[in-house]
Design a protein around this ligand. Sequence first.
Ligand SMILES: CC(C)(COP(=O)(O)OP(=O)(O)OC[C@H]1O[C@@H](n2cnc3c(N)ncnc32)[C@H](O)[C@@H]1OP(=O)(O)O)[C@@H](O)C(=O)NCCC(=O)NCCS
Length: 159
Amino acid sequence: MKEPFRAKQSEVAISNLMQPFQSNTYGKIHGGEIMKMMDNAAGIIAHRHCRTFIATARVDQMEFHIPISIGNLVICEGRLTYVGKHSMEVMVTVLVDDLDADSPLKVALTSYFTLVAIDKNGKPVPVPPLEVVTEEDKKLYEEGKARYLAYKASREEHS
Ligand SMILES: CC(C)(COP(=O)(O)OP(=O)(O)OC[C@H]1O[C@@H](n2cnc3c(N)ncnc32)[C@H](O)[C@@H]1OP(=O)(O)O)[C@@H](O)C(=O)NCCC(=O)NCCS
């Protein structure tokens, strides 16, 4: 198995200029377009960590705080927060840059993706550990662990 990977090293950002084909009839971008970008960012981050195939197993609550328009630059920033035995949690934040305005980036939403490392037959495989160093790493790790344990408990309860 690979050496522990520092949480900070997992950071990735992808960006995309919003186009008319991604919008509804009044120029606002479909939520699904943003969700797809977020899933792509989460997938890249998880894939870089485990270097095997991955599958998105779960997406936590998504709450869009601001509308996104045609011509906005959307930046999806993400990083690993927690890893289990075969699963990885990635936090993805969507930032919006209105290129026509001289204003700071706005946060559209943050969500947590759980991805599972799999082999070519779709069977879960172990993931490398995650090294948490900074106070922020530790805080995010503990929060991710709480979500992981809550999922396990609810799965147990419903099985
Ligand atoms: C994700 C998938 C590979 C898990 O396979 P599985 O045999 O059910 O896996 P297991 O029950 O052994 O669990 C393996 C790990 O995944 C985690 N996991 C599985 N389903 C999960 C879910 N719905 N939410 C969060 N974690 C989940 C488990 O907690 C476990 O984590 P751990 O090993 O770190 O403790 C399988 O359910 C699958 O292929 N799902 C479809 C994925 C897909 O198509 N995604 C794209 C959606 S369009």
